[in-house]
Every structure is written in structure tokens, then in C-alpha cells.
Ligand binder design. Structure first.
Ligand code: KG4
Ligand code: ZN
Length: 357
């Protein structure tokens, strides 16, 4: 393997980050500079071993299979990370996801972090990172932005397990405005995809279908799904009614390609309409300079386009990390690890499946 050489500014913290909360094993080596007012990150190496093929036949993540895969993948990725360096790397920090997530998977990562500290990097400090902070701070992986131009901001975090709307006054002062009362947006994508006989994970499959040039007409009849809580004044979401509406609509119908495309199209429109309306409402009410989007569902191009347009309409900037940093990844854990270290709020090194933001 060709070795790589990197120049790092003096004072750069070297962070080795590990993410194993669900079905992606990921390791990253990231250089971090600057304090809470101007953090900068340089990704030196970023590796992800996806388990999608393992879980696909089961239509969702099987926790024990996921743990087994993490245990197998972690040493392989670690070796790859070490081999790619032209010098002995000595991370200052090992950032490790401690929750929320699947506990057997989190334990696999935490134990591995402790093992490599003992065997390879005894001087490194282990920082326990909240996975949601990873998504929340992933926007810092975009080209450097002046924080004074970003805040106050509102952020929509949409993943397989969470749908949250937060107001951010600064990097560290934020509050949750609302969240889903039932299914997360990504979970709803996955469940509707299953109804349409699409592969797991459902979000990208629905997006692909919805992007094909087709209207929401089926047998020349328009399909109209509800937009739950669109007009509700709260910042909460609810997606289970939408999911049930799709289920009832599909009852007694033959799943033809035309039907699948029309349903995917209208379902995705319904989710995007609700998410866009809520974040716009929050942005206007809080005089937000920016609208930030994160989480696995943030890889959805139609959603990104819609939020970009909506942001422009109210004179706010739209910020979201590149798509490759929206799904679970260790680069965002390195970023959150840096912020966590600066705020001295490391999470205890124990797997916590239900850790809150
Ligand atoms: O953030 P993530 O990788 O894992 C969690 O922390 O949950 O999010 C995974 C979720 C899945 O539900 C997946 O279907 C959804 O993100 N997703 C998408 C897209 N890509 C991934 N949803 C809609 N459109 C996409 N392109
Ligand atoms: Zn996630």
C-alpha cells in the first residue's frame, strides 16, 4: 500500500475516532485545530465498512450480526489506518461513540478503543462521544465557515432513530425545539420501502424511485398522502400516521412498477413538505441566519434541494456536510470528540443505548 504524508499545522490535535453504534464500522484519523470559536478539521483518513449486505436479507439491522461484524471489521480497519501512515501516528485523543445506539455494537467499539489505548497509544485520552453530537456537529466538515455568520441557526437532525429540530445559539448553546412523537423520518422511509418490496435501507431506494420522471398519478388518479402535524404550532413531528396511510392505500392493490413509483414519489413529497414547513417556521421564529441539515436522511437530494430553496427564500444560508458524512461515520465522531474535549463534557465510557442529545 502506498504510504501517505500529511502536513499538520503545529498545535493540531490528532484524533482517532471510532463509530460502531449501528451497522457501519468506521474509523477516522482527523486533525483538529482551533477552539470553540473557530474549529477547523482536516480528515487524514476515513474508513467505513458497511454491513448493509449482511442485514439486507432480514429487512433491517440484526444486532448480534452487527456486533459480530464490528468485532471482525475493527482490527482490519485499524490495520489499514496504521499501514497508510508514513510516520508512527500518536493520536492525542481516541474519540469513541458511547450511545445512543445498539448496546452490543457500542460495547464492541468501546472495548476496542480501550484495547488500542492499552496496546498502542497509552498516552492518548479516550473521549466518550454522544452519537447525536456527531450528527449535530457534522456540518463542521464543510469547508471552513465563520461561526459568526452561522449562528443563530436551526438544525434538523433526521436519521433512522431520530427526528429532531434544534435551535443553536452557538456551537455549545442549543436547545431542542421539537422531535418526533413516534417514528423517526428514516424509520418511516425504511418501513414504507418494505411495503413496496424495496431493499433495506429504504431511504436511498425510495429516493431512486421518486427521482424517476413520473407523476404521483396511479391509474390516472392522483395519490395524496397526509402531511402529519404540518399546521400544528409545535415543532414536533409524527410519521406513523403517514406510514399507516401508505399501508391502507396499498391494501388490495397489485404492486406494479407504476404504483411503486407513484407511491414513493408522493410519500417522499409528504415527508419533505412536513420537514421543510417545520424548519422554516422555526427559522423564522428564531431569526436564524442558517438552516443546518444532518443525519442519514440528509443524504436525500430532493430534501437538500427543497431546504436550500426554502433557506434562500428567507435569506438564510443552507449548511449541510457532504452526503458521505450524513450516514453514520467516524469523521463526525472526531469532530464531536474535539468539541466534547473542549467543553470537558466527555460521556462516561459505558454503552448507553438511550443516551439523549
Ligand atoms: O444517520 P443514519 O445513518 O443512522 C442512524 O443514526 O439512524 O441514518 C440511517 C437512515 C435510514 O433510515 C436510511 O433509510 C435513511 O437514513 N437514509 C435516507 C437516505 N439515505 C439514508 N433516507 C432518505 N433518503 C436517502 N437518500
Ligand atoms: Zn446516526
Amino acid at each position: 500500500m502506498a504510504k501517505e504524508v500529511f502536513f499538520l499545522y503545529p498545535g493540531t490535535m490528532l484524533i482517532l475516532a471510532i463509530e460502531t453504534s449501528c451497522d457501519e464500522t468506521s474509523l477516522a484519523l482527523v486533525g483538529a485545530r482551533g477552539g470553540l470559536r473557530a474549529p477547523h478539521f482536516k480528515i487524514i483518513k476515513h474508513l467505513i465498512a458497511s454491513q448493509i449486505e449482511i442485514h439486507r436479507p432480514w429487512g433491517g439491522v440484526v444486532p448480534n450480526f452487527a456486533k459480530r461484524e464490528h468485532l471482525a471489521n475493527l482490527p482490519i480497519l485499524f490495520k489499514k489506518l496504521l499501514l497508510s501512515r508514513s510516520y508512527i501516528l500518536n493520536p492525542d485523543i481516541i474519540a469513541i461513540t458511547v450511545g445512543p445506539g445498539l448496546e452490543p455494537c457500542l460495547w464492541a467499539g468501546i472495548n476496542f478503543a480501550e484495547q488500542i489505548k492499552k496496546d498502542n497509544f497509552p498516552k492518548a485520552k479516550i473521549v466518550g462521544v454522544n452519537h447525536l453530537h456527531g450528527h449535530l456537529y457534522s456540518f463542521l466538515l464543510t469547508p471552513p465557515l465563520a461561526l459568526s455568520k452561522i449562528f443563530p441557526a436551526v438544525q434538523l437532525l433526521v436519521s433512522g432513530g431520530h427526528t429532531m429540530l434544534a435551535y443553536m445559539k452557538s456551537l455549545t448553546e442549543y436547545k431542542l425545539l421539537g422531535e418526533t412523537r413516534d417514528d423517526a423520518a428514516g424509520e418511516c422511509f425504511d418501513k414504507v420501502a418494505r411495503m413496496l418490496n424495496l431493499l433495506y435501507p429504504g431511504g436511498p431506494e425510495i429516493e431512486k424511485l421518486a427521482a424517476s420522471p413520473q407523476s404521483t398519478l396511479y391509474n390516472l388518479q392522483p395519490i395524496q398522502f397526509p402531511r402529519p402535524m404540518l399546521r400544528d404550532k409545535s415543532y414536533d413531528f409524527s410519521f406513523s400516521g403517514l406510514k399507516t396511510a401508505v399501508l391502507y392505500y396499498l391494501r388490495d392493490k397489485k404492486l406494479t412498477p407504476e404504483l411503486k413509483t407513484a407511491v414513493a414519489h408522493e410519500f417522499q413529497n409528504a415527508v419533505i413538505d412536513v420537514l421543510t414547513a417545520k424548519i422554516l417556521h422555526a427559522a423564522k421564529a428564531h431569526d436564524a441566519k442558517s438552516i443546518i441539515l444532518s443525519g442519514g436522511v440528509a443524504a436525500n437530494q430532493a430534501l437538500r434541494n427543497e431546504l436550500r430553496k426554502a433557506s434562500k427564500k428567507i435569506g438564510a444560508q443552507f449548511i449541510s456536510a457532504p452526503k458521505k458524512f450524513q450516514g453514520d461515520n467516524a469523521a463526525m465522531i472526531a469532530v464531536a470528540g474535539h468539541i466534547t474535549r473542549l467543553t470537558k463534557k466527555s460521556c462516561p465510557l459505558k454503552a448507553d443505548g438511550a443516551l439523549q442529545i
